[in-house]
Design a protein around this ligand. Structure first.
Ligand code: ADP
Length: 155
């Protein structure tokens, strides 16, 4: 069986926390699709084109991982990609509460889907894309929080 997992998110921008989840999921699945949601309600800070380029850079030596964009329901994208698994990272109990309802609703919408949660490594728990954006907006140094392979874009 070809086990495909979708890792959905905004990746605005991709962080070391995201990279860690992706790398740890590689041995568990045949292929991983990093799915950048285009949500018209939620305006992104970084351009979609840049976010994709940075993800591609991070994935360049990870042959079973690809990046796609999608709009609409995540479960519809899973069906389109023939994926039966959704991957999410958990940092805090707040993440858990949020993910629990999304996961349960997704299961109702698409009973074949299983959401797989991976606990954040302690050193990455404080890293959120939204804090990285704030630091960047105020001209702070974000290099500690983003994958090493994309540092050159922010120097
Ligand atoms: P969303 O807007 O869907 O939360 P994000 O891009 O912020 O999208 O996050 C995508 C996924 O990555 C989520 O499951 C989130 O919990 C997880 N994630 C984000 N930051 C980290 C981190 N530092 N460590 C582990 N998982 C993380």
């Amino acid at each position: 069986m070809n086990k495909v997992v979708i890792f959905p998110g905004s990746f605005d921008p991709i962080t070391k926390g995201h990279e860690n989840i992706i790398k740890r999921a590689i041995p568990l699945f045949d292929s991983i699709v990093v799915a950048v949601g285009e949500n018209s309600e939620k305006k992104s800070y970084f351009k979609l084109k840049d976010r994709i380029q940075w993800i591609e850079e991070v994935l360049s030596d990870l042959p079973t991982v690809t990046v796609e964009t999608y709009s609409g329901l995540t479960v519809d994208f899973c069906k389109q990609m023939k994926a039966k698994y959704l991957l999410r990272g958990l940092r805090t109990s707040a993440d858990f509460e949020f993910e629990r309802s999304i996961g349960q609703i997704n299961k109702r919408l698409y009973p074949d889907i299983e959401t797989v949660f991976m606990l954040a490594f302690p050193e990455f728990t404080p890293i959120t894309s939204s804090i990285v954006r704030d630091v960047h907006r105020h001209k702070g140094n974000i290099l500690d929080f983003i994958p090493t392979s994309i540092h050159s874009y922010f120097k």
